[in-house]
Design a protein around this ligand. Structure first.
Ligand code: 3PG
Length: 210
């Protein structure tokens, strides 16, 4: 199995984070870690993203921290330099995939069609983000797609519309190793430093998986 897919399969849940204040990154990482989640994705949608990745990579080395929403080769380079251990994108762009490969950053491009999965596999990507998972057809769509791709041993991280109530259904699909979602680290919780609620949501999600 793809090495990153294997690592994330031990967590099953990848909290997607939009952070506006890098000073909140380390306490947030601790809240996740202390409640059973050892990975997270910091999206490169804010000016603080690279600094937040770097703060976690240096201050909380047990946390597997990735960079999300990587849309350009320059962002791939910044994410790697900040200490991200993996990269994620919402879409499939061969230019960004190649940049990640050249920078030795394990990378999960986004796909939602058979054509995109096929092109991603051609570039050697064996671990893909199905995005936006619920809006793109949900569990039924991914199962239908996997009918044609199962033999390739591709692994999938669905993200988009996933929550504590439906994560269990997604994880029943054999190719799904982990699900991404922003509900655990909702922006309002980060802003108000409500680490208790982040912890509660983490435990709630993980308890729905056993
Ligand atoms: C992402 O960046 O992967 C999505 O914004 C997460 O989707 P969600 O907000 O529906 O969890």
């Amino acid at each position: 199995m793809d090495q990153l897919a294997e690592k994330l399969s031990s967590f099953k849940l990848v909290p997607v984070v939009v952070i506006n204040d890098a000073k909140k990154a380390v306490p947030l990482a601790h809240a996740l870690l202390e409640n059973g989640c050892g990975c997270m994705e910091i999206t490169f949608r804010t000016d603080s993203a690279a600094e937040a990745v770097s703060a976690i990579a240096n201050g909380v080395p047990e946390m597997l921290v990735g960079a999300g929403t990587l849309l350009t080769p320059a962002q791939v380079v910044r994410a790697k330099a900040a200490g991200a251990t993996f990269g994620v994108a919402p879409g499939f762009d061969p230019v960004v995939v190649k940049a990640a490969q050249e920078n030795a950053l394990p990378f999960v491009p986004g796909v939602s069609t058979a054509g995109e999965i096929s092109r991603a596999l051609s570039l050697g990507c064996k671990f893909l983000k199905f995005f936006p998972a619920e809006a793109a057809g949900g569990v039924k769509m991914l199962k239908a797609l996997m009918g044609a791709f199962r033999h390739t041993n591709v692994r999938i991280m669905p993200t988009g519309g996933i929550n504590a109530a439906n994560i269990g259904e997604w994880l029943k699909i054999p190719e799904v190793v982990a699900c991404g979602g922003s509900w655990i680290c909702e922006s309002a919780l980060i802003k108000s430093e409500n680490w208790q609620e982040v912890g509660r949501r983490t435990r709630e999600a993980l308890s729905n998986l056993v």
